[in-house]
Ligand binder design. Structure first.
Ligand SMILES: C[S@@+](CC[C@H](N)C(=O)[O-])C[C@H]1O[C@@H](n2cnc3c(N)ncnc32)[C@H](O)[C@@H]1O
Length: 203
């Protein structure tokens, strides 16, 4: 996916997930699990490929200290507007998920969220992202990855569990769960998302 082009022409169907009750219910359950038994503030969270910041903002509203990173300036512009309109405190950083330390992102993140970036990276980028996340995540961190299964389709590569485990060595998959994300009918038929949440914890 050419995200620069996509944002420049206003093509960002992934944002529609925010208005799908089943998707939002599921993602809230995932956040609940990470907050269980604790009181806000929950600690720092990192939203990888934050786009217009939708999910990072949700985490900030819930009581996380959130940093979002993206490599497309137009996406970050939208995120800045959304953060300002929502009135939450969320840090936004321009940078590459494969070079988090070089982007000055910080460290000690208890929750690392990726809603749709990892699964379209190539294999070297995935390895780099896994390495960088391992370097900046707290020892007790959780990683939540939203991933389309690997399959022949235009635009998005998708990733298999084996590929996820290879990129995140030192982590183990604890849960794989349906996201209930639905694209508009025509894109659903064309792209067959079949999207799933992967939850990872350190070994
Ligand atoms: C499918 S969109 C999801 C955006 C956002 N997480 C959401 O759910 O609304 C993927 C995002 O990853 C960003 N992205 C892609 N490759 C990246 C990279 N190497 N480093 C940082 N961001 C990247 C894109 O610019 C885009 O905003």
């Amino acid at each position: 996916m050419n995200y620069r082009l996509a944002y420049s022409i206003g093509f960002h169907p992934w944002e529609d997930a925010a208005s799908e009750p089943e998707f939002t219910r599921k993602i809230s359950q995932l956040f609940d699990r990470e907050e269980q038994g604790r009181q806000p503030p929950y600690g720092s969270a990192l939203d990888l490929g934050t786009g217009s910041g939708i999910w990072g903002i949700q985490l900030a509203k819930r009581g996380w200290q959130v940093t979002g990173i993206d490599i497309v300036e137009k996406a970050l512009e939208r995120a800045r507007d959304r953060v300002r309109d929502t009135g939450v405190d969320m840090r936004l950083v321009y940078g590459d998920v494969t070079a988090l330390r070089a982007a000055g992102i910080g460290s000690g993140f208890r929750l690392v969220l990726d809603t749709g970036t990892f699964h379209d990276l190539d294999s070297a980028q995935r390895d780099a992202m896994g390495r960088e996340v391992s370097a900046v995540a707290a020892p007790d961190a959780t990683v939540l990855l939203l991933v389309w299964p690997k399959r022949r389709r235009p635009l998005i590569r998708g990733a298999s569990r084996v590929e996820i485990e290879a990129a995140f060595s030192g982590w183990k998959v604890t849960h794989v769960e349906a996201s209930h994300f639905r694209l508009p009918k025509i894109l659903e038929v064309l792209l067959k998302p079949g999207e799933q949440w992967y939850r990872l914890r350190r070994v």
